[in-house]
Design a protein around this ligand. Structure first.
Ligand code: PGA
Length: 247
């Protein structure tokens, strides 16, 4: 929607894809990116990030990590630092995903992770969303409170905010009404403008599928898709359905 913001299309592969299917999906993305001026971005499983970067080399496709440590370096067994993620050539890191909220992480933790990401030169995609459908969708004060904390708590503005209502995400998620998402996104974008965050990209995620992608895409700067974009045919279909926006 933003005249001066790039259009976006991304996918979080969660822990759902093996090495081969991850690389096949990225091959399809590279192919699609040649005839599409959107910024494509993918968050593969951490163990595939380095290979994914190599796989898309020479294309405009961005690779990122699904999370990073709150620590810069040190004795933190099992964790991966933002510097290590940047060191293998990834360009972005996601924080705040609902599945990390379910794993016990909080906004304070996400702000720490995001700060480490920015210090390492990564662009940050920050997810935010309400736990239950809002009684008054036009009142986005809950989302804006988080956006305000994000703006205040980070050295730089995030690259992208992903509005992902928690109740709409994944297998058990409810498919949202277009009207609801439209109202929420409009209220959120208006608030972002008031906060001076006009340049921050805004994408929608949560039960995006071929049946709702065409209607959802024009409501913001693009879509952040899970299940429906996890195989090359699915990705191509979402891409085709959202490539040209109706005026
Ligand atoms: P979904 O996942 O499209 O499968 O609902 C979205 C997400 O978790 O980002």
């Amino acid at each position: 929607m933003g005249e001066d913001r790039p259009r976006l299309l991304g996918s979080n592969l969660k822990m759902a894809r093996d090495r081969q299917s991850t690389m096949e999906l990225l091959d399809a993305a590279v192919d699609l990116s040649r005839a599409d001026d959107r910024q494509f971005f993918f968050f593969p499983s951490m163990v595939f990030v380095a290979e994914a970067v190599q796989r898309v080399a020479g294309s405009s496709v961005l690779i990122g990590a699904q999370m990073c440590s709150t620590h810069e370096t040190g004795a933190f067994t099992g964790e991966v630092s933002a510097c290590q993620i940047a060191d293998v050539g990834a360009r972005t890191v996601m924080v705040g995903h609902y599945e990390r909220v379910k794993a016990g992480e909080t906004l304070e933790v996400f702000l720490e992770q995001a700060a480490r990401g920015q210090e390492a030169g990564l662009q940050v995609l920050f997810c935010l969303g309400e736990p239950q459908p809002a009684a008054d969708p036009a009142d986005a004060s809950d989302l804006l409170a988080d956006a305000k904390a994000i703006a205040a708590g980070l050295p730089q503005a995030p690259w992208v905010l992903a509005y992902e209502p928690h109740w709409a995400i994944g297998e058990g998620g409810q498919r949202p009404e277009i009207e609801y998402v439209s109202t929420r996104l409009a209220a959120l974008r208006a608030g972002l403008t008031d906060l001076g965050l006009d340049r921050v990209g805004l994408v929608y995620g949560g039960s995006v599928d071929p049946g709702n992608a065409t209607a959802l895409d024009p409501l913001c700067d693009g879509l952040f898709v899970g299940r429906s974009a996890w195989n090359p045919d699915g990705l191509r279909e979402i891409c085709r359905l959202t490539q040209h926006r109706e005026k």
